[in-house]
Design a protein around this ligand. Structure first.
Ligand SMILES: C[S@@+](CC[C@H](N)C(=O)[O-])C[C@H]1O[C@@H](n2cnc3c(N)ncnc32)[C@H](O)[C@@H]1O
Length: 224
C-alpha cells in the first residue's frame, strides 16, 4: 500500500516553487519544446480560431509562447493566478492571456479551442476526469486544431526510505492503456505518440525518486 499525498499538498508544493521561481527537479522553469514551436509554426489556424487553452500552465512558458504567436489564451492551474500574472510584462501579447485559478476538472471548457496544451499535468487527475476534460476539449475544438499532451505513465515514485508514494486520485495508467484510451477518444483525428524514459532525483542527495514513461501525443483535427 503506497503512502498517499493529498492534492492540497501538491498545490502547496507548486505554489511554493512558483513563488520563488524555483525550477524544481522536474524543471518547472524550462522553455517550451522545439516540437511545440514546430507545431505552432505548422498550424493553419487563423483569425478567430487562434484560441488556446493551457491546462496546468505552471510557470507559464506555453501560455506566453502562444500569446506571443497571436493566440488568445486561457490558462488554468490550481495555483493562484497572481503568481503568474504579476510576472507578466505590460506588453501587447500579455493582454491576451487570461489566467484562472481552478482545478481543470471543475473549469467549464466552453470556448472554442484551436490549440490545447496539457503538459505534465493530466497524470495528477483521476481517470474519469482526464477523459472528461479531454472529451470536452475535443468537442469544442475547431477544425484544424491541435492538442499537445505530455502525460506520465508507469509511475514509480518513492520516499527517502524507498517506500512507494502515490498522490490521491492520480491517473496511474500504463502506457499501453493510455495510448489505447487516447486513440479511442480522438477518433477521426491524426495522432502521433512518442514515449521517453523520465527520471527525477533529489537535488541535494542525488537520490532517484521518480521514474516514469513520458507519453507525448500530438493530435491534429483535420479541416473538413
Ligand atoms: C509539472 S507542472 C507543469 C507546468 C507546465 N505545464 C510545464 O510543463 O512547464 C504541473 C502543474 O499542473 C498544476 N496542476 C496539478 N493538478 C491540476 C489540476 N487538477 N488542475 C489544474 N492544474 C493542475 C500544478 O499546480 C502545476 O502548476
Amino acid at each position: 500500500m503506497p503512502l498517499l499525498r493529498s492534492q492540497q499538498s501538491l498545490t502547496a508544493y507548486y505554489t511554493a516553487a512558483l513563488a520563488i521561481g524555483d525550477t524544481t527537479p522536474e524543471n518547472l522553469q524550462q522553455a517550451v519544446t522545439p516540437e511545440f514551436m514546430q507545431l505552432l509554426a505548422t498550424t493553419s489556424l487563423t483569425g478567430s480560431t487562434r484560441t488556446a487553452l493551457d491546462i496546468g500552465y505552471g510557470a507559464g512558458a506555453y501560455a506566453i509562447a502562444l500569446a506571443q504567436n497571436g493566440f488568445e489564451v486561457q490558462a488554468v492551474d490550481r495555483v493562484a493566478a497572481e503568481l503568474f500574472t504579476s510576472r507578466l510584462p505590460a506588453s501587447d501579447w500579455a493582454a491576451h492571456i487570461r489566467a484562472v485559478c481552478s482545478p481543470i476538472q471543475h473549469y467549464p471548457i466552453t470556448e472554442p479551442v484551436g490549440v490545447l496544451v496539457a503538459k505534465d499535468v493530466l497524470h495528477y487527475l483521476q481517470r474519469s476526469d482526464v477523459y472528461s476534460v479531454l472529451d470536452t476539449a475535443i468537442t469544442v475544438s475547431v477544425p484544424g486544431s491541435c492538442h499537445y499532451l505530455q502525460i506520465f505513465t508507469d509511475i514509480d515514485r518513492t520516499d527517502p526510505d524507498g517506500k512507494p508514494v502515490g498522490i490521491e486520485d492520480e491517473l496511474d495508467s500504463t502506457t499501453d492503456q493510455l495510448i489505447t484510451d487516447l486513440e479511442q477518444l480522438y477518433r477521426g483525428w491524426s495522432l502521433h505518440h512518442t514515449t521517453t524514459d523520465h527520471r527525477e532525483s533529489d537535488r541535494s542527495t542525488g537520490r532517484p525518486y521518480f521514474h516514469a514513461t513520458k507519453v507525448t501525443t500530438i493530435a491534429r483535427r483535420g479541416n473538413p
